[in-house]
Design a protein around this ligand. Sequence first.
Ligand SMILES: Cc1cc2nc3c(=O)[nH]c(=O)nc-3n(C[C@H](O)[C@H](O)[C@H](O)COP(=O)(O)OP(=O)(O)OC[C@H]3O[C@@H](n4cnc5c(N)ncnc54)[C@H](O)[C@@H]3O)c2cc1C
Length: 499
Amino acid sequence: MTEHAVVIAGGGPTGLMLGGELALAGVDVAIVERRSNQDVAGSRAGGLHSRTLEVFDQRGIADRFLAEGKKAQAIGFAGVHFDLSGFPTRHPYSLGLRQNHIERILAGWVDELKVPIYRGIDVTGFAQDDTGVDVELSNGRSLRAQYLVGCDGGRSLVRKAAGIAFPGSDPTISNLIAEAQLAETPPEWGIRRDALGIHALGRVEYEIRNGEIVYADHGPVGVLVTEQHVGQTAEPTLSDLSAALITVYGTDYGIHSPTSISRFTDVARQAASYRKGRALIAGDAAHVHPPDGGQGLQTGVQDAVNLGWKLAQVVKGTSPDSLLDTYHAERHPIGARVLRNTMASIVLRREDERTKALRDTIAELLGMDEPRRRFAAMMSGLDIRYDVGEGHALLGRRMPDLDLVTVNGTLRLYAFLHDARPLLLNFGESGGFDITPWADRVQSIDVKYGGVWELPVVGAVPAPTAVLIRPDGYVAWAGERTRLGLADALATWFGSPTA
Ligand SMILES: Cc1cc2nc3c(=O)[nH]c(=O)nc-3n(C[C@H](O)[C@H](O)[C@H](O)COP(=O)(O)OP(=O)(O)OC[C@H]3O[C@@H](n4cnc5c(N)ncnc54)[C@H](O)[C@@H]3O)c2cc1C
């Protein structure tokens, strides 16, 4: 039987990111993927938000996405658009880039890291024992691993086979999303709202000019249409699409030659636990919700970045298995928050007078500075704070990508995170910290920084004299002229000191 330290079921955005993270940490990981190639059927994510771009920057791969995507201010809530321009991040915008391109770029990175992907194969079941997991495959073979991670999407086999409950709300709305040709040009492009819900017609090809989306004047058309009835389970067809268009627009504009048709609903469910013994779940396998705000892929990629280094340390024996419980503790509340804001967004889409009044009221609130900044930071993922204890405002928050003065010149902080290793930055007297008992795991660097310390929403924070940064870019400890608590933080997050 072939063995790997970790087997990942599913090579979508979450599985690919996790594969990359584990490979960077030197873990023997393999991905089992149902699709025979990385093509994405149907229309899915349309871009990346600020924190996901930062996460890619931490690994030195953001430029690959930036080279292909289009920057835009694309974050919003309840019909209110937010401009991130003043936010303290190198990426105060979203990047328009379709999921098929995002996956292709991620797969290229994972390939460079030499992660094997068993393609065209399903994980069909698994059994775990005290020392590992036997993973059954659709080709009749099996793999042995210390841990199995289900990144296998909303219908996750790993989640179901692990017996993890998936509570939440059944769908109330059903949408068709498609790309096709229209024989007739509609009198108006763009979004239409009615009692049924939201609908949209627009050319697939577009440009962003002066921050505005400008659609091409020919070529395939992207269609979003709300269906009259919920609960269809069969794969959607061209005649379903035509019927839905006729219901809403009175005509189907001669729709033909679809290249994709898919259905999505406002179902919102979250796994009760992200872990059952040696089986873990991440991404859509752990949470499904409406696509409002474009948060699904971002949340999955960030789940993977939270889990990757922890799983690597457990597999290598650096940290106890209990470190994996912090993955659920930190990421479940983030997923729950995404469910909450997407469910609220669905309700606010209704077109009755009372809902319109509520939407207008919320829009008025979001016109105010503080609520607008808070929502923009939430929707872009820049405000995430994990509970790593009380103290300095940086604790548990993302480390800003500062320009650091080092012995090798000025370098961006994120450059030190490219290989996904923990990092102690000493801004004080050089040689001020001796972390020899962790030196095999934690990089320690003396740097200088004379600029302001500013966090999204929080604003200016006092300059620390040292910070301990986890491989996912979150601050595990910050000291102001003290080393109090540093040894505890090192042991908690990066294992016992070596003698
Ligand atoms: C219409 C629509 C629009 C969206 N827009 C956005 C957006 O703008 N922004 C955003 O962030 N998100 C968006 N999303 C959500 C986003 O597409 C998902 O959240 C994202 O794809 C989740 O990634 P994942 O890797 O967790 O799961 P998936 O992308 O579902 O990948 C799961 C992978 O597992 C494989 N697989 C499944 N079962 C098995 C098995 N048993 N064995 C082996 N392989 C298996 C599948 O083939 C697939 O490759 C949208 C979704 C929809 C439907």
